[in-house]
Design a binder for this molecule. Structure first.
Ligand code: S3P
Length: 182
């Protein structure tokens, strides 16, 4: 867990959702933005529009290193562009574990929420989605990557268990835990 000076709920202007592939960062982010009337942005979307190519094409043509560089630039731009309009942000599954992003987020003091779930459940959810995920691979590699990254996700300001809960219920739980919204 990061140690931050407590920010009064009324002063929270941005919330960042983190977690592994299939955690529901985008769908919960959208639901939360609807519930709060805040805007929503998915970091992967910003990466794709800055690069004018899909995540899959970035990985294929520039490798993971190229993708991480593009992701870091997009995150830097997104954070420096934050203003008085409150915003929910969903990061891609690997963004929070990159040291250069960690430093950026730490300095920003934005609340980070780890959407947690078991590797089996996350793999199952990914299989159900048509989304291309270059790092998804097979169940065993998925679990290995998940276990390697989980300690990093646990550094988020808050952890919310997602197993067996609806997207709307998770979004409500995030808002309640932060003391924001109705
Ligand atoms: C990645 C997760 C993806 C996307 C990219 C890399 C990862 O985002 O950023 O394929 O490293 O786990 P989602 O977590 O939204 O699938």
């Amino acid at each position: 867990m990061r140690v931050h000076t407590p920010v009064p709920a009324s002063q929270i202007r941005a919330v960042i959702l983190v977690g592994f592939m299939g955690a529901g960062k985008t769908s919960v982010g959208r639901a939360l933005s609807r519930q709060l009337g805040w805007s929503f942005e998915d970091l992967d979307d910003r990466v794709q529009s800055r690069e004018r190519r899909s995540i899959e094409a970035i990985f294929r043509e520039s490798g993971e290193t190229g993708f991480r560089q593009a992701e870091h630039q997009a995150l830097r731009e997104l954070i420096s562009g934050l203003n008085d309009f409150p915003q929910i942000i969903a990061l891609g599954g690997g963004a929070f574990v990159q040291p250069e992003n960690d430093a950026l987020l730490e300095a920003s003091e934005i609340k980070t929420i780890f959407l947690d779930g078991s590797a089996d459940e996350l793999f199952r959810r990914c299989q159900e989605q048509s989304l291309e995920r270059p790092l998804r691979s097979d169940a065993e590699n998925f679990r290995t990557l998940y276990e390697k990254r989980r300690p990093h996700y646990l550094k988020a300001s808050l952890r919310i268990e997602t197993q067996g809960k609806s997207v709307d219920a998770i979004a409500k739980e995030v808002a309640a835990a932060l003391g924001i919204g109705a």
